[in-house]
Design a protein around this ligand. Structure first.
Ligand code: ADP
Length: 311
């Protein structure tokens, strides 16, 4: 079973507007409210692929109850640890082909709530064969909290697929317990190492992936949007080519990619199939209006068009 961790879930509210006017009233004729936060996008896509998945993290208040209700409606299993403060809203205004977002920082999680979650996590991890950790930590958590989760999971023999950025990623990579997989995009690599990567300079790209900070990490999947990915698996580096498609909404593609990675890895498939599955789920997400959602009936069509070349 795959366990997904979301430490700052949200209600993703999306308002489609024909035109967005500043300093006046904008009326939204329709609104969509879904269970969100990167980890819950990952969860939904694994579920849509037919994978066995359970979502965990911390959740609170009426918003928290709404999120859990949404998960139940979708038939998604969950075991969250309760907190006192209200889970957040993340608002996206879709207008004139653009997306303007207002993201709340969300609740502050107290020390005793953190300890309660850790106990809960330890018992859940025994059921997992693979674990994903996505997104940011809620306020109150120390920035090395993911390192604590990594240690508990790796000590239990569970592989951790980590998709986070900034200080949290740096701390997780410099600890003793290593993630099994990370999925940074080019921007996150630059933020982490201060180095630009581009498929136009593959030798430089390869050198960046050999950075000491990545040692002990079995898979480094650098996703490159419409350009596919460059992947390092153990000592091999691959260029993954994807077909050109007409993207509808690329938001959440990284989460769908992580879902594909977790799904394929938990099934113990071969390296090439793991990479192809991940690119396919990323593409399928871009073809949907809803963030963190795929139509699995198109899986084979795109899977067949992906090419993996060893560099
Ligand atoms: P993130 O959302 O983390 O920045 P990316 O934008 O790199 O992640 O997207 C992850 C994957 O989703 C890509 O590797 C690719 O397979 C797919 N993808 C994203 N955007 C597009 C696009 N415009 N066309 C085709 N595939 C895309």
């Amino acid at each position: 079973m795959i366990v997904t961790v979301t430490m700052n879930p949200s209600i993703d509210v999306s308002y489609p507007l024909r035109e967005f006017k500043l300093d006046t009233v904008n009326r939204a004729a329709t609104v969509s409210k879904t269970a969100g936060g990167k980890g819950l996008n990952v969860t939904r896509v694994i579920h849509e692929l037919g994978g066995e998945v359970i979502a965990t993290g911390v959740i609170g208040g009426h918003h928290g109850a709404f999120i859990l209700e949404q998960l139940e409606k979708e038939g998604i299993r969950h075991k969250f640890s309760p907190i006192k403060e209200e889970s957040r809203n993340s608002i996206a205004i879709l207008h004139e082909g653009q997306q303007t977002e207002i993201l709340e920082a969300g609740p502050t999680v107290t020390l005793s709530e953190q300890e309660q979650f850790l106990e809960h996590f330890q018992s859940l991890v025994t059921e997992a064969d693979c674990l994903t950790i996505s997104g940011s930590l809620a306020k109150g958590f120390p920035s090395d909290f993911y390192q604590t989760l990594l240690k508990l999971a790796t000590d239990a023999g569970v592989r951790v697929l980590l998709d986070t950025a900034g200080e949290s990623l740096k701390k997780s990579l410099s600890g003793k317990s290593k993630p099994y997989l990370i999925k940074p995009n080019a921007e996150e690599i630059q933020e982490l190492l201060g180095k630009k990567v581009s498929i136009r300079e593959l030798e430089k790209f390869k050198a960046v992936l050999d950075n000491e900070l990545f040692s002990g990490v079995e898979w480094i999947v650098v996703s490159l949007g419409a350009q596919g990915a460059v992947v390092k698996h153990r000592h091999s580096i691959y260029r993954v080519f994807i077909p050109t498609i007409q993207a509808v909404n690329p938001v959440g593609s990284g989460d769908a990619t992580l879902a594909g990675l977790a799904f394929a890895i938990s099934k113990k498939t071969e390296a090439e199939e793991i990479m192809k599955t991940a690119m396919t789920t990323g593409i399928l997400n871009t073809l949907e209006e809803k963030t963190g959602h795929i139509d699995p009936s198109n899986f084979d069509k795109y899977f067949k068009q992906i090419q993996v070349e060893k560099l």
